[in-house]
Every structure is written in structure tokens, then in C-alpha cells.
Design a protein around this ligand. Structure first.
Ligand code: FAD
Ligand code: SF4
Ligand code: SF4
Ligand code: SF4
Length: 401
């Protein structure tokens, strides 16, 4: 049965928990707040399925080159503004839901934990829309996906590359009615750090926190802002909006302070998750398609399988704009987290050590992400570059993600 000795060996995909015939695997938080499998030895019959279906122990798919890559964005300005990137998720979801299908993705639960769940109505798309920079808990969604697929329903499942690899391993075979979509993934922060951050801003749940958006585009797609709505016990309310470096949680994420250990040695780069389509930000837009250089957002979509190609073809092309891109334009030059893992921050261990010692979270993050003088200069240049729309220069200073 599954046993994790080295934390980098488990990406937290939940495939083992979903496959266990005796339901004797629970996903429990480790010291850093990431979930790992724990086996109830009294119930385990040593069938070995959990190890056989673990995508980290037995990766089913190899590195691939996409069949083709498009730069694209939703033609509807409201949909584009509401999305984190080019708003393509909404179009994919809409196509499946309009065909009596099901869509799985990451949303919030009532306590603002990030969890995977499914929707069946187009009116619910907003509950899954937008990036959440926290590892989502898969729960029993692979089993539910299997049941919907066997019942003949079309399913769109969106997740990180390791979640798509986990789903594929769990299912054990391809289903024609499944469209699996991942995205270029920088890595996922700890759910426990997220909850600690929420406890801080909500004054230990005295203030209600609602409508969290990690990537608000009010100030443009590139200068993303973190925002949320606060409701005080006396009935007063306020909206909070902070730039990505002013917001402590997003700042710690951007500095790789609390990513899951497996994200620093990710086994699912190079389009090797088994997904049909891969979404990402189209960071090279200002060079490769200057017509869209309006800071409203654009995505790349990599078509990895014939099934993905046929599905994309079924979407009305008047609903989105698109242009063909080379692998170099889409990933090598501007978005190499498709190909390499996030670097390890040497202050990561110190961060978690001080967090266990109950040091207050926000000053801890701000202290460990204090910018050296050279970085401050680079950032000032990037602010000026942003104002002047010199996006190529901003990219050279590596302030984009
Ligand atoms: C943790 C994380 C890291 C990312 N890193 C990069 C990167 O390095 N480079 C890059 O180009 N793009 C990255 N992205 C993807 C990018 O931000 C956009 O989500 C993607 O381009 C799709 O944009 P959209 O406008 O089409 O979709 P949106 O409408 O924004 O929909 C986003 C989709 O992602 C799903 N999702 C959101 N949060 C999570 C989560 N925590 N876990 C699993 N699924 C989730 C939602 O359910 C939805 O289906 C990352 C996304 C996340 C969540
Ligand atoms: S060996 Fe079989 S029964 Fe035991 S935990 Fe793994 S899947 Fe469950
Ligand atoms: S199946 Fe997923 S959650 Fe289970 S041990 Fe392997 S990587 Fe971890
Ligand atoms: S970086 Fe790799 S291991 Fe980490 S969440 Fe993304 S796909 Fe999973």
C-alpha cells in the first residue's frame, strides 16, 4: 500500500484515495498543510491498486509536442474581463454544458477553501471561473467523473497537470466523452497558509470574507490585483483591492515561499499529463500578436490530442479570436513554466519553521520577501514600462507570471 517517505514523491492528486476499493485511504494535512494519503491498516487488504494507479510512481504519459497551438481570446468583452486570462475556459465549459454535459473545476466552499466540484448549468460557470492560487482538494471528483462517463454524459474536467494525470490514472482508460484540460502550472500554495491568511484578514472569522478574486483585471491583465469583499459584524462592508506584490498571500506565492514540495520537481511538465488541451497566459502577445496588446487578457491553447482538436473545432469560431503560434512563441520565449519547475526558495524552510512557532503570518511573509535594492530598481523600471506599454521590457525584467 501507498506510503510517502519523501514529500516530493506525492503531488496530492487523490488518485489513490479514489481508487481504493476498501475506502481506507484518507487525505490528511502534513506539517506544511498539504494533503497526503494515510492508510487505515486495519481495513487495507493489500491489493496494491493505490500504488499501481499513483501517477507519480507510474506516469502513464510521456512528454509531448502539441499538435498545434493557438493564441486566442473570448470575443465577448464581459467574459474576457471576468476571466483570469483569455476567457477560453468559459467557452469550453459552455460547449459541454449546452450538450447536457458536466464540468469539473476548482471553486470555493463556504469557508473559502479551494475544492474541486462540478456544475451542470451555464449559469454556474462563474463559480469555477478564474485562477485560485491554492492547491484544490479533489475529494471524490474522480469517482464522480467515472460515474458520469459510464452513464454516457460528456465531461469537461479542468485541473492542474498532476490532477489530470491523477484522473487519467484513476480511470485507467480513455473515454471518448471526456475532455481533460490542464494549464501551464507554476505550482500550488499550501491550503493551510491560505486558511491562516484568511483567519488574519477576517480577524479570526469575525469579518465575513466574500467574492475573492486572485486576478482582478480592473487595472489591466498584466498588473493583476487581488480583491475581496469584507462584511463587518455591525453591517458595514468594504471592498479591498491590492496589487499582487502588496497583497501578502499573492506575494508569498510569487516568491515561491510555500509551494507544494512536488512543484519544485514537477513530473508533469512538457505536456505529459495526458490532457487533451492545455490553457495558459499568452504572455508574448505584444510581440506575436500586437493587435491584442490592449491589456485585456489573452490565452494560449495547446491542442494535445485529436479529440481535443475535434472538440475545439466544435466551438463556434465567431465566439473567439485566434491566431496560430509556434511552440517557441508560446512557451520557450515567454512561458517556460510549461517546461521547467519553479525554483526552490532557500527561505522556504525558515518560513514554515517560523509559521509552526506561531509567528504572525503577514509580517513573516513580508520579511522573507523583502526585495533587495537591485530588485526594487527593476520593479520601478517595470512600473514605468507598464505605463508606457513597453511590455517586452517588462518581460525582460521577469515580473510577469
Ligand atoms: C495555481 C495556478 C498556477 C498557474 N500558473 C500559470 C503559469 O505559470 N503560466 C500560465 O501561463 N498560466 C498559469 N495558470 C493558468 C492561467 O492563470 C489561467 O487559468 C489559464 O490561462 C486559463 O485562463 P482562462 O481565462 O481561459 O480561464 P479562467 O476563466 O480563468 O478559468 C480558470 C480555470 O482553471 C481552474 N482552476 C482555477 N484554480 C485552480 C486550482 N487551484 N486548481 C485547479 N484548477 C484551477 C478553474 O476551475 C477554471 O476551470 C495557473 C493557474 C493556476 C490556478
Ligand atoms: S493496498 Fe488496496 S486496500 Fe490497501 S490502501 Fe491500497 S488500494 Fe486500499
Ligand atoms: S496517487 Fe496522488 S495522492 Fe496518492 S500518493 Fe500518488 S501522488 Fe500522492
Ligand atoms: S507544478 Fe506540477 S506538481 Fe505542482 S501543482 Fe502544478 S502540476 Fe502539480
Amino acid at each position: 500500500m501507498i506510503s510517502i517517505n519523501d514529500k516530493t514523491d506525492c503531488c496530492g492528486c487523490f488518485a489513490c484515495m479514489n481508487i481504493c476499493p476498501k475506502n481506507c485511504i484518507s487525505m490528511l494535512p502534513g506539517k506544511e498543510g498539504f494533503l497526503y494519503p494515510s492508510v487505515n491498516m486495519q481495513e487495507c487488504v493489500d491489493c496494491g491498486l493505490c500504488e499501481k494507479r499513483c501517477p507519480m510512481l507510474d506516469p502513464q504519459h510521456r512528454a509531448r509536442t502539441p499538435i498545434c497551438i493557438y493564441g486566442c481570446r473570448n470575443a465577448d468583452s464581459e467574459s474576457l474581463a471576468a476571466a483570469s486570462s483569455g476567457g477560453m475556459f468559459e467557452l469550453l465549459a459552455d460547449a459541454v454544458l449546452s450538450d447536457n454535459g458536466i464540468v469539473f473545476g476548482a471553486g470555493f466552499d463556504k469557508d473559502n477553501n479551494v475544492v474541486h466540484k462540478h456544475i451542470e448549468k451555464t449559469g454556474d460557470i462563474d463559480t469555477l471561473r478564474r485562477s485560485k492560487y491554492v492547491q484544490s482538494a479533489i475529494g471524490a471528483t474522480y469517482r464522480q467523473t467515472g460515474e458520469f462517463l459510464k452513464a454516457g454524459r460528456k465531461v469537461l474536467f479542468v485541473g492542474t497537470p498532476c490532477q489530470i494525470a491523477g484522473l487519467r490514472s484513476f480511470l485507467g482508460k480513455d473515454f471518448q466523452n471526456l475532455i481533460a484540460v490542464d494549464f501551464v502550472c507554476h505550482g500550488v500554495p499550501s491550503p493551510a497558509v491560505w486558511q491562516k491568511y484568511l483567519a488574519t484578514i477576517s480577524d479570526n472569522n469575525h469579518i465575513k470574507i466574500k467574492d475573492i478574486n486572485f486576478r482582478n483585471k480592473e487595472n489591466g491583465w498584466i498588473s493583476i490585483r487581488f480583491c475581496y469583499h469584507k462584511e463587518y459584524p455591525d453591517g458595514k462592508a468594504a471592498n479591498v483591492t491590492e496589487s499582487r506584490y502588496a497583497n501578502p498571500f499573492v506575494r508569498g506565492f510569487l516568491y515561491d515561499l510555500y509551494l507544494r514540495p512536488s512543484c519544485h520537481e514537477c513530473k508533469f511538465k512538457h505536456f505529459s499529463s495526458g490532457s487533451d488541451l492545455t490553457l495558459s497566459d499568452f504572455w508574448g502577445v505584444w510581440t506575436n500578436h500586437p493587435e491584442w496588446n490592449d491589456d485585456k487578457g489573452a490565452s494560449c491553447i495547446a491542442v494535445n490530442t485529436e479529440k481535443g482538436a475535434a472538440f475545439l473545432k466544435s466551438i463556434d469560431t465567431t465566439k473567439y479570436e485566434r491566431t496560430c503560434l509556434s511552440f517557441k512563441q508560446a512557451y520557450v520565449d515567454y512561458n517556460n513554466y510549461a517546461l521547467k519547475s519553479a525554483s526552490y526558495n532557500p527561505k522556504r524552510e525558515l518560513f514554515f519553521r517560523e509559521l509552526y512557532d506561531d509567528k504572525p503570518l503577514i509580517p513573516l511573509i513580508m520579511r522573507l520577501t523583502k526585495k533587495p535594492f537591485k530588485q526594487k530598481i527593476k520593479d520601478s523600471i517595470s512600473v514605468v514600462a507598464h505605463k508606457l506599454k513597453l511590455h517586452q521590457l517588462m518581460h525582460s525584467y521577469r515580473i510577469l507570471r
